[in-house]
Design a protein around this ligand. Structure first.
Ligand code: ZN
Length: 317
């Protein structure tokens, strides 16, 4: 009996020791395993390359787990981070930013500004169809072209010779209503405003372009007539405005009437669309007589911030 009890005791001890070592073993294994797991995460590896927690969060905004992995095998990308932390950064444009920056030796801010406005493309190189949902704020230029079937709604005929020289024209009703308010106020100030160009149908522009192309080639036609669909007058929202005593493109910019228009047109919903010093954005040399209706609040914002329509839509919409 005595012997048996002793034997049993030995077995108990054996089990206890087994449990203790087993537990220690499992804990150690788990710890090693956890460490192995952690060191294998993308985040850990990125930190090893030098990315901070904050920078990893920034990367995660634009890359999912799978795409994040590609950064592990590279040097820390400081340029990319700087881009991502810049105002108005658009991730889809990243390759274009880099190309533009290299080709033009500019800084990040300029690259973002230019590329966001499509200025890294040549005129008509990558035409995008106009966003018609913008309504009165619709953008038409050498990058955003109207479809050949486009005809503005609510066009009215202006036939009262008091308001124009040359032939009568068509324009959108809302534009004309606001113009008449402006006309009256200008008149009260002693300025007699005169319109000489308004709605320009797509088909007419197309004929003019084709004629120029047939006679003088595409380059000439592109530079002088512009491609059909790229003319803002086709929207029915633009007016070329002059004044009595200043009826030419040479005299009008020097006139008092222009000064008044420049400072007051926004109150009636119009912007001076092609400003001096903004040619690189609009793709159009300065035209102090070309006014574009966008609505009062937008026009006022654009005027007060000294913007082009392109900049307004890119940065504030
Ligand atoms: Zn014009």
């Amino acid at each position: 009996m005595k012997k048996k009890r002793l034997k049993l005791k030995k077995q108990v001890w054996f089990v206890i020791v087994l449990i203790i070592f087993g537990t220690i073993g499992i804990i150690a294994f788990n710890k090693i395993h956890a460490k192995y797991e952690l060191e294998n995460t993308t985040e850990y590896k990125l930190k090893e390359i030098g990315y901070t927690e904050e920078e990893i969060t920034t990367l995660k905004k634009y890359y999912d787990e799978d795409n994040l992995k590609k950064f592990i095998s590279q040097k820390k990308d400081e340029t990319l981070l700087e881009f991502m932390n810049s105002e108005h950064y658009i991730h889809d444009n990243y390759e274009r930013y880099i190309t533009f920056m290299e080709e033009n030796r500019t800084d990040i801010k300029t690259a973002i500004e230019y590329v966001n406005l499509n200025l890294d493309y040549d005129y008509y190189e990558a035409p995008v169809e106009v966003d018609y949902d913008l309504k009165n704020e619709i953008l038409v230029n050498k990058y955003y072209l109207l479809d050949s079937s486009f005809v503005p709604e609510d066009l009215i005929d202006v036939t009262n010779k008091k308001y124009f020289y040359g032939d009568g024209f068509q324009v959108k009703k809302e534009v004309w209503d606001n113009y008449l308010n402006m006309w009256n106020d200008a008149d009260a100030m002693g300025f007699y405003l005169i319109v000489n160009f308004a709605y320009y149908p797509y088909s007419e522009h197309e004929s003019a372009y084709n004629k120029a192309k047939d006679n003088n080639g595409t380059v000439y036609a592109d530079n002088n007539v512009y491609r059909p669909g790229s003319n803002e007058h086709t929207t029915g929202l633009a007016l070329d405005i002059f004044a009595k005593g200043a009826l030419t493109t040479a005299t009008f910019p020097e006139s008092e009437a222009y000064k008044w228009l420049h400072e007051n047109a926004h109150k009636y919903g119009f912007i001076e669309r092609y400003q001096k010093d903004k040619e690189y954005i609009t793709g159009q040399s300065a035209e102090q007589w070309h006014y574009r209706y966008v609505g009062v609040s937008t026009a006022t914002f654009i005027y007060e911030h000294n913007l082009t329509l392109e900049e307004y839509l890119t940065y504030y919409k």
